[in-house]
Design a protein around this ligand. Structure first.
Ligand code: ADP
Ligand code: MG
Length: 658
């Protein structure tokens, strides 16, 4: 992003001075005071009693009441950690990291010692860890290795109202674990009132309500529908800022791109005004480096207002004190299975009424507040769903299927889900796995490993200069590999990274992931063979894992999905974009839908590879032609085999019914 962080830098310097000046003692004392001021503190003993008397308890409390940061510590103080760790799951990695950091400060230890966290590819815990925050995905993986979760004396499933895919699966698994282990405590927390459903699911377990302490929030709807929510949000934020009213601002945007544009615009327009009061514009989204994420929690210097621009991470996962104004775009990004293209797509959707209410609530935590909704009252009433559809009912279930199969769950359709996914989704995912040859084989494929190592770099790096310099014309994946190799040749130097507009941190992460994947391969006794300079092998590997996501050239620079015939476009960040080189077939890593359907991270492949590696999808008609003609023909006639697919799917279904 090109956000001007000048105000921000001043702010950071100020914070540094301030924290250096205050003694450790003063800091500790004020943290303790902060803990005791939280609504949950007033009911600490009652909570511990009810947890002692029951295996499973549902805890409901407003966002910011102290559930995430305090419950773990209460259990620790009450002695539970003598018998195992207290684990706390989060649907979002940012939350797991940020909260662990906060709690380690409150306890007064270094992060990774008594209090640690684990997210995919990053384990910040040690032998001495007693409180462990983690994503729900991590706990799921742990349950693979240790189905009774013997390392834990208590598990808190936080943010259950989010109904993330992993949380929903964990619900089913943990219900069983608790029935086998009567020494394990399970606490399920929710910020909203759908707790009855949770309680019923776990067998009419008790619900504990933390009394709230909130202030009234004025809700102001837009009078007419807004055409451009970014523009509307920028205007609204500036208006608030220049009005002279005191208090910090929180803007909700669907995703990173909108957040960056909004932040840029606010800084830019403010810069055009004479004598505008200072404003610290602080973006937060999951891909933001964690040191920048931490900034939203720091107190601004006197006279500087904070304006946080966030995804729905700030809806319930993270609580920032001092917010008086909320500006709500009315949108969020959701991963939704799109039957038209046969896979998940991250797309911008209108939020639900429940989201809207959570968002406005953020303005009333420290005093009365105001919420500006950039949509009409009628849109709220008539167009928004009451609550968001749980992820399990709207996404691809391939990973869930694979995991449950690995856990030995025989009939997936009988697995105990709180809200079972549509049967077709389940069968579709099983079918997809069968195609990939993964359903009967739970080990990770070498090819897939390659794919993920390479693609990870891609997310982090977008600078134009680098793209040109390192570009491998036929592949984004290889472009990233090229970047990595050159970095390696330069002794993993951070100066080299800076010189080439590359995030050192991202590269280190890639290196770390690479070494972890290598470890897995060694563990699994796979051969480690380098492809040397033959990068076609890599393209073929990528093709083996992604052949179901293929597109073929149709017209100049235009592609259509091979399976569905839907038009799809090269993303402007791709090395293939605007290079004048347009291969006949490409595979893509991800489909993103904004104004158009864009393929992100693409690699050129041979038409024949598609037929060879994905025979259940594509066939080549070659009989009775010259070799040369065959080559040409092969391109034309790599066709999808929808009919055969439908038949195979039907067979799978019948097999199941038998
Ligand atoms: P809940 O889980 O009920 O929403 P939390 O335990 O997350 O509540 O938050 C309790 C308090 O701790 C809030 O007032 C919040 O501002 C503070 N807090 C949480 N995380 C951090 C952090 N990383 N830095 C500073 N304060 C934090
Ligand atoms: Mg919380």
């Amino acid at each position: 992003g090109k956000v001007d962080y000048k105000a921000d830098q001043k702010f950071a310097d100020h914070m540094k001075e301030k924290s250096e000046a205050s003694s450790d003692f003063a800091k500790k004392k004020s943290l303790l005071e902060q803990r005791q001021y939280l609504p949950i503190f007033a009911v600490r003993q009652q909570l511990l009693n009810i947890i002692r008397d029951n295996s499973i308890v549902i805890v409901v409390g407003e966002t910011g009441s102290g559930k995430t940061t305090q419950l773990t510590q209460y259990l620790h103080e009450d002695g539970y950690t003598r018998y195992g760790m207290v684990g706390c799951t989060q649907p979002r990695r940012v939350a797991a990291m940020s909260v662990a950091k906060r709690v380690s400060e409150e306890i007064g230890s270094n992060l990774g010692e008594e209090v640690g966290y684990a997210i995919r590819f990053e384990d910040c815990t040690s032998e001495s860890t007693m409180i462990k925050y983690m994503t729900d995905g991590i706990l799921l993986r742990e349950s693979l290795r240790e189905s009774d979760l013997d390392h834990y004396s208590a598990v808190i499933m936080d943010e259950a109202h989010e109904r993330s895919l992993n949380t929903d699966v964990l619900f089913g698994l943990l219900r069983e674990v608790v029935s086998r282990r009567n020494d394990l405590k399970l606490i399920v927390t929710s910020a909203t009132m759908d707790s009855d459903k949770f309680a019923a699911f776990f067998g009419n377990v008790p619900i504990f309500h933390i009394p709230g302490r909130t202030f009234p929030v004025d809700i102001l709807f837009s009078k007419t529908p807004q055409e451009d929510y970014v523009e509307a949000a920028v205007k609204q934020a500036l208006q608030i800022h220049l009005s002279g009213m005191v208090g910090d601002i929180l803007i909700f945007m669907p995703g990173q791109e909108d957040i960056e544009v909004t932040s840029d615009q606010i800084v830019e327009r403010l810069g055009e005004l004479d004598n505008a009061p200072p404003l610290a514009v602080l973006p937060i989204y999951s891909q933001l480096p964690s040191d920048l994420q931490a900034k939203i929690f720091q107190k601004a210097p006197d006279g500087v207002r904070k304006c946080i621009v966030a995804t729905n991470i700030a809806e319930t996962s993270l609580t920032v004190d001092g917010i008086m104004f909320v500006v709500d775009s009315g949108y969020c990004k959701l991963k939704v299975f799109n039957p038209r293209i046969g896979m998940d797509a991250l797309q911008v959707y209108p939020i639900s009424q429940a989201n809207a209410n959570q968002r406005s609530g953020r303005a009333g935590r420290t005093g009365p507040g105001q919420c500006y909704r950039l949509y009409t009252q009628s849109a709220y009433k008539n167009e928004m769903l009451t609550t968001t559809i749980p992820e399990i009912q709207r996404t691809n279930l391939a990973n869930v299927v694979l995991l449950l199969k690995s856990l030995g769950v025989q009939d997936l359709l009988l697995f105990h889900f709180m809200d079972p996914p549509p049967e077709d989704n389940m069968l579709n995912s099983m079918y997809q796995l069968w195609i990939l040859g993964a359903l009967d084989n739970t080990g990770e494929s070498v090819n897939l490993n390659n794919g993920s190592t390479i693609s990870l770099t891609g997310r982090e790096e977008e600078s134009d200069q680098v793209r040109e310099k390192f570009s491998v014309p036929e592949s984004d994946h290889l472009t990233y590999l090229n970047v990595y190799n050159q970095w390696k040749n330069n002794n993993y130097s951070s100066i080299w990274c800076n010189d080439h507009f590359i995030h050192t941190k991202a590269m280190r992460k890639v290196r770390e992931v690479r070494s972890q994947l290598k470890d897995i391969m060694v563990q699994q006794k796979m051969n480690l063979v380098s492809c040397g300079s033959d990068w076609d092998v890599i393209r073929k590997c990528i093709c083996a894992a992604y052949f179901h996501q293929a597109a073929k050239l149709k017209g100049i620079g235009e592609y259509v999905n091979v399976r569905t015939g839907m038009p799809c476009h090269l993303h402007p960040t791709s090395s293939l974009f605007g290079m004048g080189y347009t291969p006949d077939y490409i595979i893509y890593h991800e489909l993103v839908m904004t104004t158009k359907e864009y393929m992100q991270c693409v690699t050129a492949v041979d038409g024949e590879w598609l037929a060879e590696l994905g025979p259940m999808f594509y066939s080549v008609k070659q009989a009775g032609r010259s070799r040369q003609e065959n080559r040409r023909r092969a391109k034309d006639e790599i066709t999808n085999m929808e009919e055969e697919m439908a038949m195979a799917q039907e067979q799978l279904r019948t097999r199941r019914e038998e």
